[in-house]
Design a protein around this ligand. Structure first.
Ligand SMILES: [Zn+2]
Ligand SMILES: [Zn+2]
Length: 400
């Protein structure tokens, strides 16, 4: 088995050799943003580049036209480790989430790792996962891939995401959507209110009851409930017969989240019962929370730290407060997985903004992408060269 220090040195040099091309890819995707499920040109660019470097590419993965899986085999049978790519843009702001950098770094790390696969057993995969922002038929593609068993024979997955800070092992919240549709009876609001059933009143009561749940929320579970009343009548002199509430409910604890979703449903039912309305509740799980894999986070962290990146320790990061949700959370619930953040903009730069998109192609943004690419490539190689680390990751996954 080749020396790990040598292998890491080699893949970092391989990333350096790719630097100009990766910058070009990041800039091209920035200049040609495509919305989720429509990332045809980005997928074509990425898969062509991978094929040019000897990867075997499967396009149109699992019936999703812009999903792909690219594989590069080592010298013998062994573990399969994956880098996850995203490349969807946002409406009105192009790459306001910086997925152009996720795409370029993923192919860069995969290609760099492939350059030493002659000395390693196993396989490197670059997995193209469209529509992370949840748009179109491939929306939340990683969840679709979970449901179809795609990840089951992959031993570990890593990725990076642009941010305003460096970090490894950040957490993410699970999220459910819940819609309440109240049905009542219209009537004249002054002449015959007694003949009506006010659906808006039922919706308001449900909305208030849902807010009141918060007081008893577990403080360690990072519960977030955000909602709106999206329909509430058409004229003030008519008692409304239809009102609709939409809620997003998030938590870092999956089981608790399900419990809270049921409690919010009860708020709807109770409000409807109280006011004599009918209610239909639709509950839909969107993304799972992140399951933290400590051994994997540690390997990834060291591969950033060895490049002199200043960031919190991995233990501090995994104890940090989770902010949002991602379909990578679902991958982490199925196999050992770890994410990282690269700093492309100053703190205070909003996520999902034109400023964030522009930060992705500044010299600093592109340099951060190269650092992240090296860290991901070294991590892939380290996991294949020292499979006991993968074993530890698997044990951690099984015991949580
Ligand atoms: Zn986003
Ligand atoms: Zn994103």
């Amino acid at each position: 088995m080749a020396d790990l220090v040598e292998l890491k040195k080699h893949v970092q040099e391989a990333v350096e050799a790719l630097r100009e091309r990766l910058n070009e890819v990041a800039r091209w995707i920035y200049s040609n943003p495509e919305l989720g499920s429509e990332e045809f040109r980005a997928a074509e660019l990425l898969t062509k580049e991978l094929e040019r470097h000897g990867f075997h590419v499967k396009r149109g993965l699992l019936g999703m036209p812009t999903a792909f899986c690219a594989t590069y085999k080592g010298r013998g049978y062994g573990p399969r480790v994956a880098i996850v790519a995203e490349y969807d843009a946002l409406p009105g702001m192009g790459h306001g989430c910086g997925h152009n950098l996720i795409a370029a770094s993923a192919i860069g790390a995969g290609i760099a790792a492939s350059s030493v696969m002659g000395e390693l057993e196993g396989e490197v995969l670059v997995v193209g996962t469209p529509a992370e922002e949840g748009r179109g038929p491939s929306g939340g593609s990683k969840v679709i891939m979970v449901d179809k068993g795609f990840w089951d024979d992959i031993d570990a997955a890593v990725m990076l995401h642009p941010s305003t800070r460096w970090g490894v092992g950040y957490r993410a919240l699970g999220i459910w959507n819940l819609t309440m549709e109240f049905e009542g009876q219209t009537s004249h609001a002054a002449a015959s209110p007694h003949e009506g059933v006010n659906a808006l009143n039922a919706a308001t009561l449900a909305y208030m009851a849902t807010h009141m749940l918060r007081q008893e929320a577990r403080r360690d579970a990072n519960l977030v409930i955000h909602g709106i009343i999206s329909e509430g009548g058409l004229a003030s002199n008519v008692i409304p017969d239809r009102a609709v509430c939409n809620f997003g409910i998030r938590s870092s604890d999956e089981e608790y989240l399900r419990e809270m979703v049921d409690k919010v449903e009860r708020c709807a039912e109770g409000a409807a019962l109280a006011l004599g309305a009918k209610v239909r509740v639709t509950k839909k799980k969107l993304y799972s929370g992140k399951k933290i894999n400590e051994p994997l986070v540690e390997v990834l962290w060291h591969n950033y730290n060895s490049q002199g990146v200043e960031m919190k320790t991995w233990k501090e990061s995994i104890n940090g407060m989770p902010m949002a949700s991602t379909d990578f959370g679902d991958v982490s619930q199925r196999i050992p997985a770890a994410g990282s953040n690269i700093k492309i903009a100053e703190p205070g730069t909003p996520g999902h903004s034109r400023q964030m998109a522009d930060a992705s192609i500044t010299p600093e943004g592109l340099e951060a992408m190269i650092v992240g690419t090296k860290a991901l490539a070294m991590t892939l190689v380290e996991l294949l060269a020292e499979p006991e680390k993968l074993k530890k990751a698997k044990e951690c996954f099984d015991n949580h």
